[in-house]
Design a protein around this ligand. Sequence first.
Ligand SMILES: Cc1cc2nc3c(=O)[nH]c(=O)nc-3n(C[C@H](O)[C@H](O)[C@H](O)COP(=O)(O)OP(=O)(O)OC[C@H]3O[C@@H](n4cnc5c(N)ncnc54)[C@H](O)[C@@H]3O)c2cc1C
Length: 441
Amino acid sequence: MQDSCCRVSKSLTTPSILYPLSSILYPLSSILYPLSSILYPPYPITYQTPTPTQPLHDPYVQLPNYTLIDSSAGIIGLTTALTLQEQSPNSSSITIIAAHFPGDESINYTSPWAGAHGRVSPALTAHDRQLAQYMQTTYDVLQAQSAGHPETGVLFMDGYEYLAHPSESYTQLRDGIGSAPGFRVLTASKLPPGIKWGCTYRTWSLNPPVYCAFLLRRFILRGGKTRRVRLQSLAEVVPNIAPQADLVVNCSGVGFGDKDVFPIKGQTCLVSNPCDRTITQQNVDGTWTFIIPRPLEGGTVIGGTKVPHDWSITASMETRRELLSKAAAMYPAILEDSKDGKSSKAKPKGEFHVIRDIVGRRPARIGGFRLSVEELQSGSASSSSSSSSSGSRPVKLIHAYGAGGSGYELSWGVAREVAKLAFGERGLSRPHHQQQLKAAL
Ligand SMILES: Cc1cc2nc3c(=O)[nH]c(=O)nc-3n(C[C@H](O)[C@H](O)[C@H](O)COP(=O)(O)OP(=O)(O)OC[C@H]3O[C@@H](n4cnc5c(N)ncnc54)[C@H](O)[C@@H]3O)c2cc1C
């Protein structure tokens, strides 16, 4: 079914990348959805790009009775709630409704289980470049947050990409292309054994539980409200939970009954060995090996698997051994590094010190990330097209879910896109609100 308010104008095939190096290369992305068909051809991330639409209400006229409900406390919901809050004259008019909040651990709550870092990949299509814009926005916000707020747990460092079997889209990349800061193709002598192509660039890495907790604290301190509720359907929101709501944003990760959503299981291992860089290697057998430091004493994530449609929630010890052994072969220095330069009996050099295994489900979607608008009829049992029930009123519903393995990379860009859909372009263009955005950093 097509969304009623805002039709899909095009769909985007998305690689997993972060920001564009111009039109050729864009950053980062998700470990999950590879770019190019090399990696995950059957599961491209495509975006539904809404056509320009008039805001349902003018927030500058309607407030302060304008109430926004953001149904999620994952990375997409938190960044969206903060962005809407920045642009809303009434910062207490926004409520986050979610079953899980930062601090919770659940297989149905992906954000705490991520690496998370940004990566660079070639942008092969115009759609890739659009996604790259979202990633660029995230990059810029994280850069400002890292500089101004070390307590966010965002740190910039060198990122490395190694490919055992690179496609032309990689081998054609040249130093200094586009906007990826510090992007440089590595010479053969700098590559690990068995690797045919590699590059380095400046990127970010963050500590997901710390970062999400920071975002939630900021939202609450600015007047935002929260309610812990497990929703059976979005139709519950307006009649039962927030009768006054004018806008509902669905950032639930997996959506509500969307049959196109499926999990991509990721198993990683958190170790205490420090590391000063992020490294992602695409192995010749199609597997991935990655090292992602988690700043602020968060350890280092060693990964990782990407198994579509795998619903199991257990970690395999055999997989853990394989991940650690491949990571040690890729970057032996990680076994020698220690913060104080010394080893101890408890933590001798030359081995990994495991804190825990991690299993998470990347919320993927056939057809890609859903970013679209429709109308939710308050008082009705289902969304859209049932406007006849007496006493019902239209409530704008914005969907923003299905980020797969790119949720952190896309987050701030998606959040601003949601804000445009909510308030219209003017919301972002007014100087007053630009100031608010700056202040939010
Ligand atoms: C191992 C691993 C490594 C990863 N590494 C990276 C990385 O390096 N970079 C990157 O960008 N991404 C990475 N990801 C992907 C990233 O974690 C996800 O894309 C992101 O967390 C998705 O966020 P979300 O907010 O959409 O969903 P979630 O984090 O799952 O949040 C969903 C929210 O909606 C709420 N909710 C859902 N259903 C209901 C309901 N019925 N009622 C009430 N509330 C509901 C939940 O309670 C929760 O608050 C990784 C993922 C994994 C598993």
